[in-house]
Design a protein around this ligand. Structure first.
Ligand SMILES: [Zn+2]
Length: 160
């Protein structure tokens, strides 16, 4: 899983500043873009999910890494995937961390191309009671400026 870091809480000088509150309409914690992972978090701009893939042995490398863990090649490049995945595990959060918030589902999904490639995400457009392991899902992106968070909803069933 790629770590999701909160926005840094302001400048380094001065000291003693309280951490900045989350900004904008959403209280999601957004990832910090780094050269290594920027492609992943901005991939949804064209509606496609991408993972780093080794050009030598074709292994998907996630989280992004400078070298392939299988063959140690440094010849890696982002490659689009179908966006289809399967729910491996899930949990429903019913605690109102934010007053008035509704229950939401945190899911672990494995992508269709390689079940070893897994994302911790939110499952959306689904009643929490209807989620089950093995469920077919597909990516949808939740845009926050330059960041496109990949979330997953039940697959529409029009698979080729
Ligand atoms: Zn490799």
């Amino acid at each position: 899983m790629t770590a999701v870091s909160p926005e840094p809480g302001g400048g380094g000088s001065g000291g003693g500043d309280a951490p900045a509150p989350a900004r904008g309409p959403s209280l999601r914690l957004l990832p910090r873009l780094e050269p290594e992972n920027e492609f992943f978090w901005t991939s949804g701009a064209d509606g496609r999910l991408r993972f780093l893939r080794c050009r030598s042995c074709r292994t998907y490398v996630h989280p992004p890494s400078p070298r392939c863990p299988d063959c140690l090649s440094a010849d890696l490049a982002p490659e689009a995937v179908s966006g289809r995945a399967t729910v491996v595990a899930y949990t429903c959060n019913i605690q109102e961390w934010i007053p008035g918030s509704r229950p939401y589902v945190i899911g672990l999904v494995a992508i269709e191309e390689d079940e070893r490639v897994r994302l911790t995400t939110n499952l959306v457009d689904v009643d929490p009671d209807d989620v089950r392991s093995g469920m077919a899902v597909e990516v949808v992106f939740d845009r926050h400026d330059d960041v496109y968070l990949p979330l997953f909803r039940p697959a529409t069933g029009d698979r080729p």
